[in-house]
Design a protein around this ligand. Structure first.
Ligand SMILES: O=C(O)c1ccccc1NCC(=O)[C@H](O)[C@H](O)COP(=O)(O)O
Length: 198
């Protein structure tokens, strides 16, 4: 968290998905959120979480935004926006151009759209798999809401990803780790610097 904030990350994500190697407990999330509050937008990353779970995160961690990384319908985002009073982001998996069409339904309610890679077939995780897709699919995409690119980004390729896709925002997880689930401060700094300079 310190490395991300020092480097000037605009958003920081806290993972609430028990199967993920990046999963954090509520108490750890509270401490991390306190470090970030007012310095970067705090994003709670969730996967098909029920409204009670979302409320608990809202009460204890008080994120600025909730990221929905499962098969949540637009109605679930709309309900969370009203009930939790946070901004909402929908992650959509992309493999080919047709996959971008779903963003039209979600952008009515979502504050942000995250275009992530499709997980490998044998993966237990819907995100954080370190796999990429054709970045040029996002070139000239005209969407009424802001969007991010993620999937297989790292300090070495993020500049090319930004130039090829034309996106203004990127997200990363495994590409700034030294081992699965273990973030690396130097890689975080290098990633943010490369993204901002591109
Ligand atoms: O990172 C995870 O472990 C994860 C697990 C379940 C749902 C979402 C998850 N990550 C959310 C993200 O937004 C990642 O940053 C995104 O999928 C990119 O991951 P990576 O390809 O490893 O950079």
């Amino acid at each position: 968290m310190e490395a991300a904030l020092d480097a000037g990350a605009d958003m920081v994500g806290l993972m609430f998905f028990p199967k993920s190697p990046r999963h954090v407990s509520l108490s750890k999330a509270c401490k991390l959120a306190d470090m970030a509050r007012g310095k970067a937008e705090i994003v709670a990353v969730t996967v098909n979480m029920d409204p009670d779970g979302l409320s608990r995160i809202r009460e204890l961690v008080n994120p600025d935004m909730i990221q929905f990384h499962g098969s949540e319908a637009p109605e679930a985002l709309a309900a969370a926006k009203v009930m939790q009073g946070t901004k909402v982001m929908k992650a959509l998996s992309v493999g080919e151009r047709e996959d971008l069409e779903r963003a039209r339904y979600y952008s009515i309610v979502a504050d942000w759209i995250l275009f992530d890679a499709k997980p490998p077939k044998d993966s237990e995780l819907p995100g954080g798999n370190g796999v990429s897709y054709d970045w040029t699919l996002l070139k000239d995409l005209d969407l009424e809401k802001p969007f991010l690119l993620s999937g297989g980004l790292d300090p070495a390729n993020v500049g090319d990803a930004i130039r090829q896709s034309g996106v203004k925002a990127v997200d990363v997880s495994s590409g700034v780790e030294r081992d699965k689930g273990v973030k690396d401060s130097e890689r975080i700094r290098a990633f943010v610097a490369a993204a901002k300079s591109a």
